[in-house]
Design a protein around this ligand. Structure first.
Ligand code: AMP
Length: 136
């Protein structure tokens, strides 16, 4: 995609702090990191998000996410590692090129807490949702 910033990074038209690359996937440091080592893993081909990426490409990306996570743990020993991936603008996706965030969480890292914003559903509502969503 001509106007996609991540496609430009993949093509080498825009610089990045690359930490991993193979023929399908690239990983580089987020330019506005939550914490030291915050990395992005993205597929080289342009897909928008989880809804249109082919299954095998997604699974391959996840393998790289695991490798990068293990490396971050080994090098920086964070207390936790937050993996997240936004799908669509309403979910916070700014760059519409499928990518997965790997965020090392240290003692002083501020992690957004959803705890106070959780919804409550009755048992009946939960059963209805379960029925609607169960794979047949
Ligand atoms: P998202 O909100 O999931 O679409 O995340 C997009 C991420 O890409 C943000 O965390 C940005 O800081 C990051 N980002 C945007 N442009 C660049 C860039 N040129 N190099 C590295 N990271 C970038």
């Amino acid at each position: 995609m001509d106007d996609c910033i991540f496609c430009k990074i993949v093509k080498g038209e825009i610089p990045c702090y690359k930490i991993y690359e193979d023929d399908k996937v690239i990983s580089f440091l987020d330019i506005k990191p939550l914490s030291k080592g915050h990395a992005l893993v993205l597929c080289k081909e342009h897909y928008e998000n989880i809804l249109d990426i082919p299954q095998d490409t997604y699974e391959y990306m996840c393998g790289v996410v695991k490798r990068v996570s293990l490396m971050l743990k080994e090098k920086y020993n964070p207390e936790g590692i937050l993996i997240n991936q936004n799908n669509g603008k309403r979910a916070g996706q700014e760059v519409c090129h499928m990518h997965i965030h790997i965020k090392p969480i240290y003692k002083d890292t501020k992690v957004f807490s959803e705890a106070n914003h959780r919804k409550e559903f009755s048992r009946e509502e939960m059963l209805k949702i379960q029925e609607e969503l169960t794979f047949s």
